[in-house]
Design a protein around this ligand. Sequence first.
Ligand SMILES: C[S@@+](CC[C@H](N)C(=O)[O-])C[C@H]1O[C@@H](n2cnc3c(N)ncnc32)[C@H](O)[C@@H]1O
Length: 349
Amino acid sequence: METSVGLRLTGTAKQAIQPERGERFIDISHRRTCDCPPSHISCTDAKSWIKGQLGVWQFNYNGRDIRDKKVHPATFPIALARRWIDLLTHRGELVLDPFVGTGTTLVAAQDSGRNAVGFDLHPDYIQLARERLQQPRLDTRTQQFAINADAREIPEYLPSEVVSLIVTSPPYANLLNRPRKNKSRRGQERRNDQYLKVEQYSSDPRDLGLLELEQYAEAMALIFGGLLPLLKLGAHCVIDVPDMWWEDRRVTIHVALIEALRKAGYEFRNTVIWDRTNIVNRVGIFGWPNNYITMGTTFEYLLDFRRPPGRPTNGNATPDKGTDGGAIPYGLEARLDSEPPSSELGRHR
Ligand SMILES: C[S@@+](CC[C@H](N)C(=O)[O-])C[C@H]1O[C@@H](n2cnc3c(N)ncnc32)[C@H](O)[C@@H]1O
């Protein structure tokens, strides 16, 4: 039976799919259910748009967020995923998180009436993500799936040009794979129950958290290169990542990622700084008085890429067949047979 995304019916709304090899397509919708004008990038209103234009964002964790590092060492707040989903997608569209961890992106998608699929290598995180999705919900028309699989396999689960947004926080090369020294904490707090613990996600050889920066960047180029065709033309891909310090050297994970994704064919659009100063407390002193360094726990990079939209070849909306295989850019599809674009700004995702 032909379905909205996948080619076969393999699951129900509440059940994540674990089909056999070659039978992995997911049955999930990716179409707008709102009545926004076709040229709009998302359902967001002008007020939230202005907030989204600021280059520095803060979030609070709430009661549904997972902050216990024994449960997962590196979650982001539901509000972070929610902000990007609201800014860059319409209700009913499909969001993808290739490194979904405890399912935070899926919870945000469920809250906002978006369909979503998340993947993680670690079965315990996937189990937790599925439990979180059992929360009471207002919208029952969308689906969110948590799937236990390697991010490298995602193209086997989804067809081309169905994803409206990737939002994710990948592992940070092999930087969690060492005893935690808690240097950002002061006094007694330094020797808390995480002290000298290794917080890596797993010892699975496919775990990207075990790779050195160079191999990590290559793996990321490969994984995100595989995800690019799944994005609708012009759709965005947002990656949350910190830099880190190792032996007094800055490990520029964000630079490695920008280079890797550009190499994979993404267009780099925006950097937003996630200002975490409202959620870190009792910060220790580093480097004073002779070695100036900023403290990594106080901010992270939100790197915003997009799949390049089809470029008009002759001044009208005909996409460049050479680069995009003749597909119609995301957002233009509906506009071509209805109203003209409301503004130049509205043309771009
Ligand atoms: C920074 S965490 C994501 C946390 C998530 N944003 C949350 O709020 O729970 C990165 C995740 O990537 C997963 N991971 C590592 N290598 C992977 C791979 N090859 N494929 C899929 N997931 C992987 C880890 O198990 C970890 O949960």
